[in-house]
Every structure is written in C-alpha cells, then in structure tokens.
Design a protein around this ligand. Sequence first.
Ligand code: 6R9
Length: 580
Amino acid sequence: MSNIKSYEERLQGFDWDYAKEVLDWQDGELLNIGHMCSDRICAKGHADKTALIWEGFGDATAQYTFNDLRVLSNGFAKLLQDQGVEPGDRVCLFMDKVPALYVSFLGALKMGGVAQPLFSAFGDDSLEVRLASAETKAILTTQKHVKKVRKILDKLPALKTIIVVEGNPAKLKDGELFYDMNEHRVEDFECFQSGPESQSVLHYTSGTTGQPKGAQHVHSSVWGQALTTSWVLDLHDDDIYWCTADPGWVTGTSYGIIGPWVLGVTQCVLDSGFTAARWYKFMQDNKVTVWYSAPTAIRSLMRDGDDLVKKHDLSALRHLCSVGEPLNAEAVVWSEQVFGKAFLDTFWQTETGAMMITNYPGMKIKPGSMGKPFPGITAAVLDLKTNEPVDEPGTVGLIAFRPGWPSMFREYRNQHDVYRSKFVGAADDATPEQCRLDPDLWYVSGDRASIDADGYYWFVGRDDDVINTGGHLVGPFEIESALIEHEAIAEAAVVGKPDEVNMEVVKAFITLHKGFEFDDMLELSVMNFIRKSLSPLAMPQEIEVMEKLPKTRSGKILRRYLRSIEWGEDAGDLSTLEDD
Ligand code: 6R9
C-alpha cells in the first residue's frame, strides 16, 4: 500500500492524531515508549519478527526479534528496580552501539526511568559534566568504558549504581554489578504507567556559552517521531532500515530506536568503525531498503569513489534521507548517480525531538533546500533585527517555530532562564510550560536560513559560535575551559574552520604561560589532552599560538573575528567591534 501523498494533501486539515492512525492506536493504551517499541508490537502479532540485525567489529553478528526485545528490556527494567532505581531517576547508557544499548534504553523507559544516552567516545570531563548536571542515579557501561566512570565517581554523589555489561565479571570493582543480558529474560513486567508528560529521554547538547544543556523529552514525543518516520522516512512493514547515527546523539534515539520500532519495522545497526567497503557490504548483505545518514558520511563515501559502489549490489535501496549538516548539492547529485536515488534533506535539532523541515516522497524536491515545514509545524524566518517574520523571499533570518509540537523538549534541565531565552517574546517570569503552550511565541533554533517564493527553506549557517563537526555539535566554551586546564595554556579561543569532509573542524587559538615554547611535542600534548578529557570530536585539528587574543573593550574574546578570518570572510575593522 502506498504511503505517498503530496505536500498539499498532507497539509489538508492536518492533525497530530494521524500519528495514532499510523500506529493503529486506541485511546486508553499505555503511552510508554519502551512498552510501545516492544510489548505492543508483540501484542499486535509480530513477536517473531526481526527487530534488530546487529553487526560489530570483525564478524560479530546477532539478531533479535521483537519478543527478544520485550523480554530482555523487561529484564533490564527489573534489574534497575531491584537496584532501587525509581521512576524519574536518570539512567545513563554509556557504551558503543552494542545490543545492550538498545535493550537498556527500552528497559529504562519501561520502569519509568529517564534514559540518558551518552556518546561512548566522551572522555572523563565530558562525562562528569553531564552526569553531574543530570544527577544521574545509575549508569550502564561496558568494561571498555567503565574506567572513565571510576575516575570521576568521587565527584558524583548521586550516582549509586554502576552496571557493567560485557567483559569479565571478575574484573569488576567492589559495588559494581555485572549484567549478562541473556541471563535477564523476564516474561512479565508491569510497566510504569507513564503519561504524555512523563519524562523519557535526556539528551545533552552544546551551546555557545556555558556547559552543555540537558534537553528533557517526554513520552508524548512519540507522536512526532512516529508520524515523521512514517511520512518522511517512509517506512513500511517489510523495510530493512538503517540509521547510521549513534544513540548518544538525538538522531540515534528518535530515529535509530523509537521511530522504526514503534512502527514495528526491522532495523540494522553497524557497530564498527567507518570504512566505505564495510558500509556497502553491510547494506548489500542485509538488503537495506531505507537509509538515514549524514552529509559527512556521504562526502566520505564520495571520496572513496564510485568503483567501490559498483562492486556491491545495493539494488534493495529505495529511499535515502540525510540530517545534521547542510547537504551540499554535489553530494545529492553523486548519490543520484551511484545509488540511483537522491538523499532527501531533513532539518531538526536535539530540542525539537523530531524532524521540523523536511523533504519527503510526494513533495517536489529542490536540491540544496531543506524542504518545507513538516505539516503541523508553523515555521518562519525571523528578521535578524526585529525578530518579526520576514515577508520578502530570499531574506536571511533566524529559523523559528511556533511552540507546542508534540516532540518538543520540555526544559533544559535546571536552566529555566536559558530555556526561556530560546523563546522570542516570553515574559521574564514565564515558566517552561507557559513558553511551550503560548502560541504567540517563537522558539528560535539558533540557525539562519531564507525562504524562497515557493516556501522552501535554504540553510545559511548557524547564528552562534557552536561548531558542527561531521554533524556533531561541539561547544567552544567547553573546549576553551578544558584547554586552559593544560599547564602550558594561558588563554584559549575556539572556532570552527572549514573542512572538506567534516564541514568544520575545531581550531584553537591559544596564548602560552611564560616559560613554555610551542613545538610539536606541546601541540601533540594539547591535542591528546582534549581528546582524552572531552572527545575526539572536540580535539583541535589545528592550534595557533598568538601573542594575545583579540578582545572587545570589556575583555571578551572575539571568537567571531577569528572565525571570519578562518572562513575568509570580511572580518571588519577590529577597532569597531563592540560587545553585544
Ligand atoms: C538532529 C540533529 C542540530 C543542529 C541544527 C543545525 C544542524 C541539523 C541540518 C542542519 C543544515 C540540515 N543541522 N540538520 N544544518 N541542514 N538538514 O542534528 O540535532 O545535534 O541538536 O544538531 O545541526 O545547526 O541546529 P543536533
């Protein structure tokens, strides 16, 4: 049965309850994402359908049915309960894309916990900041990563339970619990009776200033995720879907767990480093039909050439989508040539929880454009000075959305002022709920775009200093704070510099303490320092030593000036740059 309708048809009398139709949902059913992605699919007669096809390094493989997901996630939910974890407690999932990550995500939600997935390449500083902010109660990790947790444990009084999956139980330290997933199969588990506003997932995202912010999501996000998965990713019952994102980032949970499984669709996960040959073989072997990826990956594949593609049978592929960074027209043209399909761009954020501006089957596609607002989303581009929606096609302004869509974040954990500052027109004392429910406000995304005469959105760039490297956001402040912890560094400013594959990479400008000389050893030491304490993504690819950093009159470092030099843009007259 075709799921394809034109944009105009989708818009006609749009209602978010279409998501309920897509899910065959009856009022009164339990709204719990963990339950909906496993128990509910089994109850609909698909217990024996494959839910997860997993491949790891080497030739490691595994497959799980929806019934496996059901009993295994029950097992993890029960384990958490037995450890005294209560509904509302944050449960961090800190590991590579191993099967236990997917099972524990559902299990944590089933017992009412708040799932807090974190990218496994995070170093101890990145981890500490996020666990401290979330007052995380329990963490599930692997033997490979548990050392980082041990290192910071003393600074995390709220963290009571450490569970280690995989490896050798004999190597655990006192107080750590070993979790063998297959030993914890539980037939019956009474799920937490969550409602639409019960907290579900907590994702940390980086901003320009301050440490990362915890964007809190709730169970009713599933309506937005289900509908966009159905209409944009166009998933059908017999699809084999592959989302390349890691659940440490929002794409990996909204569309790498929730979207496909709530619709009962089979998905594949590849947990091994990137090589083009491995990716193509994975798609060929598993007959992947729908592929959701990111421009950096597409550019990397492009670089490895067409011949490699031709050596594989990718004829099952029928639909390709992209997210996370601007999708350049060159990549779209290439994908059409080699796969016979163009990647369709989608725009959204950690905060939006689901796709906001999209291209999808049935719509007229303009290559290079992010498409149009998903039905039910009211979007605009706001004038950079007045914050009013612009009228003139082609005018560049801020991408903004009227609040209230189902998958919208409900707060930045413990940072109400920052949450409020995202809403143009919000009263100084507005609560997060008032912000979310006021149809006269605009939620401002932090990105710039223009709209053409046909209503298509064209991405221009970020409106702040956040660096997007390979589709991952990194905050300059976080890196600058870490840099000045290095014994040689006095001051630091961090900006994105252009990169052919990753779009941007981190560049650091530093001044040195007296007595230090900058040489290859010191450069390597600084790079390693950041890679270990924060993550490989945050590691500067270039370090430039300055006599002094450019500053405003009041002493603020002028990142924007440094950035404009890197991008070959007119930096303006330094003497006229003021505080803003
Ligand atoms: C889902 C996700 C969000 C930021 C966003 C913007 C950039 C996302 C994009 C895009 C250009 C697209 N971004 N999609 N830029 N074209 N189609 O990536 O969430 O990690 O929070 O990043 O990514 O700058 O504001 P998140």
